[in-house]
Design a protein around this ligand. Structure first.
Ligand code: TRP
Length: 363
């Protein structure tokens, strides 16, 4: 059996550094490792609509933004098949059948759904589509027989839910579906990159994001305004590194060679942290290092984005072709699912012959 990747993002805004370290960067590495036989990257517009039903233009307009972010980070359509979820209707059909295999109470226990319901103040009026999106996500994953799902930590419960559906399906109907494995970021700072304000998560609604498409000047301003240690008032004060965004971001982005290049008086991030803890190291110096480190990562992404932005028609054409390839694969899986579920009446010539025979006999 081949190794297959499926993953994706909701097109509700441009992608930010949280997306990048949480999953995007890894995807590009996996893509270039040559270890995967098929790679599917999905723009999850149907899922985005589950909590944006009254704002379809937001979803519509962000498809191109997410596609541009993908391409500028180095996802290569020659190796990774990029597609739009709603253009593969087979996914919806699969979800409808999987719904029979999941209970309401199991969905209510899904920690990601729980916290999202709270965040959106849905408590008393949860759209059914939103409530069931983990099931739709199981369709996304299983339709491609994905073995590997690289995602951020918040998506782990979705993969667990998918594994349960796969087991249940295979035990009831026979071995058709493949159990996926979640692939989380290796660096703990990347598991959940905080917002620039120190809040637990980078999120558009909190206004604490650094976007992949931000200009160098925007990045500089955002880093200069970043949350550090509120008790580190004077340079000479001892500072806290834990919960200090500048250091969390350095944990996520800095490499040993950055020190020789930008701050040769420190041999490593550990030395810098030690100095900060003891007192005598100012925030601005650390922030300037972070700006340089981020620029090294973001400048090439920004430059590639500029190029793709000049060819929007080409990007849509790439998505159209990607969606066709994805649909062909999902259709094959759906056929197998329907065979296993015994809802393949017209394909099953024997069924018709047998029933016809039975009725002829009792005449
Ligand atoms: N839920 C993911 C997000 O919020 C998007 C997504 C939809 C996804 N279907 C998926 C991710 C399947 C991985 C696999 O970004």
């Amino acid at each position: 059996m081949g190794k297959i990747i499926l993953t994706g993002d909701r097109p509700t805004g441009k992608l930010h550094l949280g997306h990048y370290v949480g999953s995007l960067k890894r995807r590009v590495e996996l893509q270039n490792s040559g270890e995967y036989d098929e790679i599917y990257i999905m723009i999850a517009d149907a899922q985005a609509l589950t909590d944006n039903a009254d704002n379809p233009d937001k979803v519509r307009n962000n498809i191109i933004e997410v596609a541009l972010d993908y391409l500028s980070c180095g996802l290569d359509p020659a190796k990774s098949n990029i597609f739009i979820q709603s253009q593969v209707p087979e996914l919806t059909e699969l979800a409808f059948y999987y719904m029979n295999l999941v209970t309401v109470s199991r969905l209510q226990r899904n920690p990601t759904v729980k916290s999202e319901i709270q965040m959106r103040n849905f408590e008393a009026s949860i759209p059914v589509g939103f409530f069931t999106y983990p099931i739709s996500q199981a369709s996304d994953i299983t339709a491609f027989k994905a073995t590997t799902v690289p995602v951020g930590e918040d998506q782990k419960p979705m993969i667990e839910q998918t594994v349960e559906i796969v087991r249940r399906f295979n035990s009831v109907y026979g071995e058709v579906l493949v159990e996926p494995e979640v692939l989380l970021p290796q660096n703990t700072a990347c598991l959940r990159l905080p917002g620039t304000d120190g809040k637990a998560k980078m999120s558009k609604s909190l206004g604490n994001c650094i976007y992949l498409s931000d200009s160098a000047e925007e990045v500089r301003k955002k880093v200069m305004g970043m949350f550090t240690d509120p008790n580190h008032l004077k340079v000479s004060d001892p500072g806290k590194v834990e919960g200090n965004c500048v250091f969390t971001y350095l944990d996520a982005f800095s490499k040993p060679e950055h020190f020789a290049k930008y701050l040769p008086e420190y041999a490593s991030l550990d030395e810098l942290k030690e100095h900060y803890r003891c007192g005598g190291l100012g925030d601005v110096k650390c922030k300037k290092l972070l700006i340089a480190v981020l620029e090294e990562e973001l400048a090439p992404i920004r430059a590639r984005r500029r190029e793709f932005e000049q060819n929007i028609e080409g990007v849509y054409e790439m998505l159209r072709k990607g969606s066709q390839v994805a649909q062909a694969k999902a259709a094959r899986t759906l056929m197998e699912v329907k065979d296993a579920m015994r809802i393949n009446y017209f394909q099953d010539k024997e069924l018709i012959a047998r029933q016809a025979e039975a009725y002829r006999e009792c005449k």
